[in-house]
Design a protein around this ligand. Sequence first.
Ligand SMILES: Cc1cc2nc3c(=O)[nH]c(=O)nc-3n(C[C@H](O)[C@H](O)[C@H](O)COP(=O)(O)OP(=O)(O)OC[C@H]3O[C@@H](n4cnc5c(N)ncnc54)[C@H](O)[C@@H]3O)c2cc1C
Length: 369
Amino acid sequence: MGDSFDVAVVGGGISGVGVALEAAKRGKNVVLVERGTLLSQTSSNSLRIIHGGLRYLQQFHFPRVVQSLRSQIELLNLYPEHIKRLPCLMPLQSRGIKQKPFMAAAGAFYNLLYRAAGGGIRNADILSQDQVREYSPHAAHLFAQGAFLWHDAHVVHLSKFFSTLREELLERGVTLLENHTVTEVSQVSGGFALSGTSILTASNVVNVAGPWFHSGIQAKHMSAQRRPYKWAKGYNLLMKKPFPSSYALGLQGKSGRLFFLSPRSDGFAVGTWYAPFEGPADEVFVSEEEQSTALGEICELFPDLALSLSDIIDVEVGVLPMKGYDRVGDPELYGAERYAVFPGYVEVLSTKFTPFLYQARKVLTLLER
Ligand SMILES: Cc1cc2nc3c(=O)[nH]c(=O)nc-3n(C[C@H](O)[C@H](O)[C@H](O)COP(=O)(O)OP(=O)(O)OC[C@H]3O[C@@H](n4cnc5c(N)ncnc54)[C@H](O)[C@@H]3O)c2cc1C
């Protein structure tokens, strides 16, 4: 038998990094096992938005709005060189819930929650079309009724942020095993044995292997309690074109689908499209036809940009757990992460990058309990 640890974390995505950091902060002897390179899978394909939970407001899920805002504020304070505030605009409409009076009321309430979460006085506001023209001259045609302005945050340079997290893990004494695949977790006296590239033991195991979490690595005796999940692939297009706005844009396409456009150093990113996905997560890809359809939806909104397939410089794709279908027939994802808890063993299936520190604290509390 090899080395022994207090906590073994299986999966070095953002969820695993968060758990390993939090456990080490609490004085635990931690090993983080990653089958490839740290932070190279779903977590490196995120749109990079650190959400403030505005969409939960629409679902009247107020505690979750506050929790998202707290996660956002915490990350802005902890990593100010990597995570910055991102002003965002959404068009107001002449009918429905996006009319000016409703959105003004929603904004006022969001400001209250923002303050309750420890933010400043003001996060959201209403802008006229002329004001939008000042910040987003090439998008002003989409804002005939004015705009709802709110502030999210984003990771400016993902690779630099990830380097900082790696350094932090090492400084806190986490044993980092990259290129080590865990093939089985079995219960042994006093804890668990993890087999794979090498064998190690741990009193506690946290399975945060993302879309691979069910691939034979659960502790053996727990397999009967496993619920099958459905999966969706999510993808973003990276465009090498000047961003048509100095603010990020949350837009609705003609099909009713929502898009988010945000600036990147060499152009802009637009996403996220979802499609049901049944294959192995390692084989996920986005076909040229899917790219072309997605691009067509953006061209409808910005005909003047004359975007073509050759403007796509990269496609970011990852696999996420899916709950069902939304009103336009797209996969609907779980709104919040899913936990499964057994003595000494926790599985987390994350649905967002944003709450990784909150999620990590919750996992540690579950294990300590
Ligand atoms: C296109 C897209 C856009 C998104 N945009 C946003 C956004 O803007 N904001 C936001 O908050 N969230 C966003 N998300 C969601 C977010 O990216 C994910 O929820 C999050 O990255 C999941 O992290 P994770 O650590 O749980 O999983 P992963 O990053 O997938 O990490 C799991 C790790 O486990 C490793 N692993 C698997 N099996 C084993 C094994 N047997 N042994 C050892 N290691 C193993 C894998 O190699 C992998 O590195 C987006 C997702 C997608 C796909």
